[in-house]
Design a protein around this ligand. Sequence first.
Ligand code: HEM
Length: 442
Amino acid sequence: MAETDAGGPEGPDGWPVVGNTFQFARDPFAFYERCAELGDVVPYEVGGMTFYLVTHPDDIERILSTEHRKFEKGAFQREQLSGVLGEGLLTSEGERWREQRQRIQPTFGPEKIDSYVEIMTDCAQGAGRRWWDGRQVAVDEEMRRITVQILARSLFGTDIGDHVETIADAMGDIGAQAEAPAATALLPEWVPTPWDRRAQRGVDAIDGVIADLIERRRGDAEGRDDLLSTLLVAHDEGEISRGTLRDQLVTFLLAGHETTSLALTYTWYLLAENPDVRERLHAEIDDVLGDGVPTMADLGNLSYTEQVVTEAMRYYPPVHRVVREASEDVQLRGRNVEQGAILTMPQWIVHRDARWYDDPLEFRPERWAADRDRPDYAYFPFGGGPRRCIGMRFAKLEAQLILATLARNFRLELVGDGGPLDLTSGVTASPTEPVEMVPRVR
Ligand code: HEM
């Protein structure tokens, strides 16, 4: 394999000037796969910027956790996300981030999250009431509806069921930016494309939802301890600006529902493709729940259900890559990585690496039953280190409860032949088409 002066393998061949921009834009997942075949730290060029694909769990652990001070989220990511999210928890850095995380962390304490169990099962049951035997449903939309409702009722203490369609449409408008043709990546930033304009429409719609949320809870925040009240009180006491309040709420509204709804969509799809696993899941749920609705106490006995969700997030990680910028020169696997370089750490590749997973393309929840000796960061659907997902406990609890509640009454079947899903690479990996399935009453 060819070595560069900086040490380590050369990247994939690209074109003059545009580098790997077109290969990347055509199919980022396939592009990552090609890069990963070349080594564990592989350079590539997109849109005039230098990236490295980092695929060894030990390096990922250094970047996200043990040596996190040498890396930051960086301008690249801020530019990608801040048009929508502003400077909320996901996009801010340094002291501003630390202060926000400290303020919000208590609303994500284990006891607080566990107190949302009933809201979670209630919203799942509500969806079940809209399903009947043989009625085809778009599972991604159904899951999104449930997770938006749960988020609003738990963290925002209000029901925004009437906004679900607005949020879904806005997410589509914002997400479409990721599908803009590769050539737009080469345009100067100040040239607005039709995709930018569509995204702006989405942002405006989300802002409308947030304004309504704040309005509904005005004057009713004292004495409550959910996320919205915590932020409203901080705003009223002059600790955070109106802009920060807005940015935080948009961040939680978007980061807090889309990811979990994708995890569940992929779970249902993989279960339908693997009927043996599905049967084993139903058997566990019948055994533990009988005719009941899952409670906190049941979760400890639903270990196969937990393994199913864990394995689905390995197979189709909703966040398919985490990105950092080197804030100083560093060495990774003997290669010099210069300050300012952008490091892409793809769960998509690491979770399917045969060094850590036997038969990685098989959906096999049982692999999580035995303690296999694999590096910690061979599995990192929620990222890691100080910037690890604040909603991890919330998301895991929610996914298991929704799955158990609905699988108690329904078996979901595929429409069509199954096979690998076509995914779009934005901030999340989302299906290019609605995921149509048919519920059968059990
Ligand atoms: C299956 C569901 C979820 C997945 C796969 C997921 C994934 C992630 C990942 C990978 C990160 C780290 C990003 C980075 O380091 O650059 C992250 C951060 C974050 N997530 Fe999640 N997430 C999920 C659910 C949630 C939920 C339910 C919430 C809120 C209720 C949430 C809110 C956030 C926030 C605010 C951050 C930024 C944290 C910080 O930087 O301090 N996520 N998430």
